[in-house]
Design a protein around this ligand. Structure first.
Ligand code: C5P
Length: 232
């Protein structure tokens, strides 16, 4: 894995654009990608994308986990493309036709397929009617994403090795559920350290609370970056 392919992404799971901009300014030196998720997007709408970019984000990851009928998702991808985001998530659970429709509108936006949320355990999947466990479901969904030509997938760090072998070496393998030593799990279930995820083939690590809720977020981001790419 070439060092320049490895990216550290911070999840801007914050309440408003002002906080997102302050966080981005604070951490931009150490972070490659800033992720705008549902909380921030619902609070501020698409204008927050420009606000985060203006605050110094080099790359923007719009994490909306789109999951709807193909026509609706294709329209949403087309709209997101107008904001020149670098990465956008779609949910692989939406099926082949939805993913193909999304990819047909993606243009330069790198579409990432969410496999199975890192907060879900085998028991959670069984409760909502899945007869296979997380491993099998992740493999099937990564295979689907690869067959459609998505740029990459999002999976738990515990599944990175298998997913990397399915997706091939040019894919973007993104993993949330990263915990630095001794961090609280929060609602995450399938977690690992940066070293384990990277050794297995991850190309982008997404970290939220372990940096945002740290006593010193700059220190935490710097430490995470060194663990991702070595000291500057
Ligand atoms: O705070 P924490 O490090 O758990 O944040 C992880 C981030 O990654 C959150 O923004 C969450 O929405 C996102 N994510 C995830 N699992 C996925 C896809 C995205 O936890 N499968």
């Amino acid at each position: 894995m070439k060092a320049e392919r490895l990216r550290l992404c911070v999840a801007l799971d914050v309440v408003d654009a002002d906080t997102a901009q302050k966080t981005t300014r604070l951490l931009a030196e150490h972070v490659d990608v800033f992720k705008i998720g549902l909380q921030l997007f619902c609070a501020e709408g698409p204008s927050v994308i420009g606000a985060v970019r203006d605050a110094g984000a080099r790359e923007i990851f719009l994490d909306l986990k789109l999951h709807d009928i193909p026509n609706t998702v294709a329209g949403a991808v087309k709209s997101a493309r107008r904001h020149a985001v670098d990465y956008l998530t779609v949910h692989t659970g939406g099926g082949r036709a939805m993913l193909e429709a999304a990819q047909s509108e993606a243009g330069p936006v790198q579409l990432l397929g969410v496999t199975v949320l890192t907060s879900l355990s085998d028991g959670d999947l069984a409760e909502v009617g899945h007869t296979s466990g997380t491993d099998t479901l992740v493999e099937r969904r990564a295979g689907l994403a690869a067959s459609i030509g998505l740029s990459g997938v999002v999976c738990s760090p515990l599944e990175v090795a298998r997913v990397a072998s399915i997706m091939g070496t040019s894919a973007c393998i993104v993993t949330p559920g990263i915990r630095l030593d001794g961090d609280a799990l929060g609602d995450q279930r399938r977690v690992a350290t940066p070293e384990r995820a990277l050794a297995d083939g991850a190309t982008m690590l997404v970290i939220g609370r372990p940096i945002l809720a740290a006593p010193d977020p700059i220190d935490a981001a710097r430490a995470a970056r060194e663990r991702v790419r070595g000291p500057r």
